[in-house]
Unconditional design. Structure first.
Length: 295
């Protein structure tokens, strides 16, 4: 795999490439880094040109200090500028967790740049907003967002040498079948230890106002659809939704109505996978993506 840097949109973005062929861009989530996709990059890089950046604020990519620098308009422009930097006309886009919220947001604003879209566990932002506003089950599952928005979040996530993150990501994924080497774990922790990286990741939630109702005036939802007209919510490219059915953070309720917003929808379910499905079931996820790209 080759490591590169691109000076785009006011930041220096680190990204990794591998292989040759039709391009696939991978967007990671929180608290992750480009290496969350290593197995998919190795697999799909055998006959595609695969690209995996460290998103704004993460690992080896620049970290603007102010929370507003992580507003969705800046994140979307980062992706657009990276595609332009790479000289690509269209990409297949694969995304999970916060990367999928960004992936949807990019697709809604730049549908002309996306040939096919893969989202792991994350529904359309309009439906996720609905669930955060109206669904008590999703509101309960999303209470962690209120913690992430709080001034105490950094201390909670970084305390005792990242004990929370190690348990919530590494140990949980391993408990459900993820094969992560000591070197992999060392890379994850190194990414977390980059000065300001945890704050930058939390600023995605803060800038998006992403939360269930907080009892202090926030009705629930986000600003991810800001500037879009309702007719722009409908996606006309093929969409693959991969669902790890044991995800306790993102409930299946959010898939209700997805077919109306993404008429060319394919859903693939993995009954024994959790939120970290790409780590736990890399072979299945890779095969689902490959089948979807070539059907």
């Amino acid at each position: 795999m080759q490591h590169h840097y691109a000076d785009i949109n006011g930041i220096r973005m680190h990204y990794v490439t591998h292989g040759a062929g039709e391009p696939i861009l991978f967007l990671h989530g929180f608290p992750e880094y480009w290496g969350a996709w290593k197995k998919q990059l190795n697999d799909l890089g055998s006959d595609h040109f695969v690209i995996a950046p460290d998103l704004r604020g993460y690992n080896l990519t620049s970290r603007p200090a102010e929370a507003d620098a992580y507003h969705i308009k800046h994140l979307v422009e980062d992706v657009r500028a990276l595609v332009e930097h790479l000289g690509l006309k269209k990409i297949a886009l694969v995304s999970q967790d916060w990367g999928a919220l960004l992936g949807w947001s990019f697709l809604l604003r730049h549908p002309e740049l996306v040939s096919r879209f893969v989202t792991i566990n994350i529904t359309h932002p309009a439906l996720f907003d609905r669930e955060l506003r109206e669904n008590p089950r999703q509101q309960l599952a999303s209470q962690y967002m209120l913690v992430f928005a709080s001034p105490q979040a950094e201390a909670q996530l970084m305390g005792d040498d990242f004990a929370w993150a190690k348990q919530a990501v590494i140990n949980d994924a391993r408990a459900h079948g993820a094969i992560l080497s000591d070197e992999d774990v060392s890379e994850w922790i190194s990414a977390w230890r980059q000065p300001g990286a945890i704050t930058a990741g939390l600023n995605y939630d803060r800038a998006a106002k992403l939360a269930p109702p907080d009892g202090e005036g926030h009705p629930g939802g986000s600003n991810l659809l800001e500037g879009l007209k309702p007719e722009q919510y409908v996606v006309h490219v093929p969409v693959l939704f991969i669902h790890g059915e044991q995800d306790t953070y993102l409930l299946a309720d959010g898939q209700r109505g997805l077919k109306e917003l993404a008429p060319k929808l394919v859903i693939r379910r993995i009954p024994d996978a959790t939120h970290w499905v790409a780590l736990e079931k890399p072979r299945e996820v890779g095969q689902f993506i490959r089948d979807f790209l070539h059907d």
